[in-house]
Design a protein around this ligand. Structure first.
Ligand code: KMH
Ligand code: ZN
Length: 284
């Protein structure tokens, strides 16, 4: 059995620092979290950033600064192109100018609690082609079964992703998306194309059922405070590293120990980090 890719999603765009003091929102907090999570077994970091008031932002300068700072670690830097439900498509496309190793790429619109997370076909197709042009490795974020169909449509129409591997993340338990349980993990995995690999993450109380279902089903893991703020009933998460440490321990118990960052780079087909700058798109 193979090893386990562990991604940490430390911040997200939904929780407020005022409500969750342990949430990493400054660059210093993010870097400290990244180091601790790498030591605990994470190989990829899924990054959302905040502005000086701790509000979600897709400011390009801050994103570039963040990517540069995270290069101090060996983690694969995966920037969110989902942002918050309020971010315009143009800002979400511009995330790639920060030249990350990888990015999230959500494959469809989904109800998101009381909001709607908009991902119409035209936007998704443009973003996908930009990842191919720039060599940024996409992770296909799937919140619902129809998103699998859209991912397959992308692959059929535009060919394989940068890096060569189709790697998905099942985001389960969002009110409006997949239910976060074993039956739904199995249903989603059964729809993936041959050769695709997958991680799964459960939101809130779906965290543990989805983690154990993913390990049992040969999948990989995403954990972090973007997805859950509760370690156990009545016990808030103290820091992302304890979620990573728990995932790493579960993976070891399943005889599928955490992938190293070097293994993760080879697994995902991540190319060596480009020189920082806004014009990482290769000349035609
Ligand atoms: N914050 C959500 C609206 C992603 O990062 O690509 C979208 C999200 C997905 O978190
Ligand atoms: Zn995200």
């Amino acid at each position: 059995m193979s090893s386990t890719l562990i991604t940490v999603a430390p911040t997200g765009a939904e929780s407020a620092k005022a409500d969750v003091p342990a949430l990493p929102v400054t660059l210093g907090e993010l870097l400290a979290t990244a180091r601790a999570c790498e030591a605990a077994g994470a190989a990829v970091i899924h990054v959302h950033i905040r502005d000086a008031e701790a509000r979600p932002t897709l400011d390009l300068g801050l994103l570039m600064e963040t990517v540069a700072a995270l290069r101090e670690t060996d983690l694969v830097v995966q920037l969110s192109t989902g942002g918050s439900v309020h971010d315009p498509y143009t800002d979400r496309l511009r995330v790639l100018d920060a030249a990350p190793d990888a990015c999230s790429l959500t494959c469809g619109t989904v109800n998101f609690g009381d909001d709607v997370f908009m991902n119409p076909w035209g936007f998704v197709a443009e973003l996908y082609q930009e990842t191919q042009a720039r060599g940024v490795v996409p992770e296909f974020e799937l919140f619902d079964l129809g998103h699998v169909a859209t991912m397959n449509r992308l692959l059929d129409r535009y060919g394989p992703p940068a890096g060569g591997r189709v790697h998905c993340d099942l985001v389960m338990g969002v009110p409006g998306g997949f239910t976060g349980d074993l039956r739904t993990v199995a249903a989603a995995v059964g729809q993936l194309p041959p050769g695709a690999t997958w991680s799964a993450t459960g939101i809130g109380r779906a965290t543990l059922p989805v983690m154990f279902a993913a390990l049992a089903g040969g999948g990989h893991l995403r954990v972090g405070m973007e997805d859950t703020l509760t370690y156990a009933k009545g016990r808030p998460v103290r820091g992302n590293e304890e979620l990573v440490a728990r995932a790493a321990e579960a993976a070891r118990l399943a005889q599928r120990p955490p992938m190293t960052t070097t293994e993760a780079r080879a697994f995902l087909g991540i190319r060596p980090a480009p020189a920082p700058g806004p014009t990482a798109r290769p000349a035609p």
